[in-house]
Design a protein around this ligand. Structure first.
Ligand code: GLU
Length: 301
């Protein structure tokens, strides 16, 4: 039997706001899975989108996690310190012909799509019509950098990616049609989440990614980058989302309440219940110990 690499998991919050009930579920699940496997658990602060990260929110999140007994096995890593590594990865993809410069504005992209009678949006992102694929228009400079989403660099064959999610089961996505050529470095100079997450997961030796289901459909983009950068492929487990009263997923954007730091036991009990774990302990330490046992019985049986 092929031996697996040592288990290393992580929680990777974007410090755009404090943790809420939904993000605690992802944090707890990633911690439980690491502990149940006898592995290590790391925290990475995904603060590449500086303008969206209010100062001090990273510390607040770390404090919230520690009140819930979730301590990382190494000091956290801040993505804002890692730009040089993202630039190296982008350079490699440029050198190998998988990335091209794009001069299009959002308006030009929607006009080009409308002219073809297609205006498919994916989470507010338009599927790129391919205008700059074969070179920049005369006299225009690259604003953003995009990855070719096809199986070949000449962009003649669609690429369908398949993977196995530990909770959702067999998954597949036609990357070329459903996502299109996606941005790795944005026109405003910011690094895209897709590139940063892949570079950092590899460098931190992450073997297992456990995160919220809202991120599941980013997975094929990340697998593609892992393939093209020659990086190991982690296993994936996407956890259930916590829905608000309006039936929408809880998010910082829709004003989900920050966790009540005064009541970590209550917050932990609710997060565990979302994961289908019944825990009755009175202290955080007791709750966590019960949750690890319950997780191990359920997920590793
Ligand atoms: N930083 C991302 C977020 O907070 C999560 C990244 C990940 O777990 O891959 O939504």
């Amino acid at each position: 039997m092929k031996s697996r690499r040592p288990y290393i998991g992580r929680f990777a919050p974007s410090p755009t706001g404090p943790l809420h009930a939904g993000s605690l579920v992802a944090a707890l699940a990633s911690w439980l899975d690491a502990r149940a496997h006898g592995g290590r658990w790391l925290i990475r602060i995904e603060d590449i989108d500086g303008p969206r990260c209010p100062p001090g929110t990273d510390r607040l999140i770390l404090d919230q996690l520690s009140r819930c007994g979730l301590f990382p096995d190494e000091p956290p890593l801040w993505q804002s310190t890692r730009e040089a590594r993202y630039a190296q990865a982008l350079q490699h993809l440029q050198d190998t012909g998988w990335v091209y410069g794009c001069a299009c504005s959002r308006k030009q992209i929607s006009e080009a799509l409308a002219a073809r009678g297609r205006l498919s949006e994916r989470h507010g992102e338009l599927v790129y019509p391919g205008t700059c694929r074969t070179g920049l228009p005369e006299g225009q400079a690259a604003r953003a950098w995009r990855l070719r989403s096809t199986a070949d660099q000449a962009q003649t064959q669609d690429l369908t990616l398949r993977w196995q999610d530990r909770r959702l089961g067999a998954q597949e996505q036609n990357l070329s049609q459903e996502v299109g050529d996606f941005v790795l470095k944005r026109a405003d100079g910011l690094w895209a989440y897709q590139l940063a997450v892949v570079v950092d997961d590899a460098e931190q030796g992450i073997s297992d990614i456990v995160r919220g289901e809202d991120l599941a459909d980013n997975t094929p983009r990340q697998i593609r980058l892992q393939q093209l950068l020659g990086l190991p492929l982690p296993r994936y487990l996407h956890t259930p989302l916590v829905l608000g009263q309006d039936g929408q997923k809880l998010s910082k954007q829709n004003g989900a309440a920050a966790l009540d730091l005064g009541q970590p036991e209550q917050a932990l009990g609710q997060a565990a219940a979302m994961l289908g774990l019944r825990i009755e302990g009175h202290s955080v330490a007791e709750q966590l110990a019960q949750a690890v046992t319950a997780w191990r019985e359920r997920m590793l049986a």
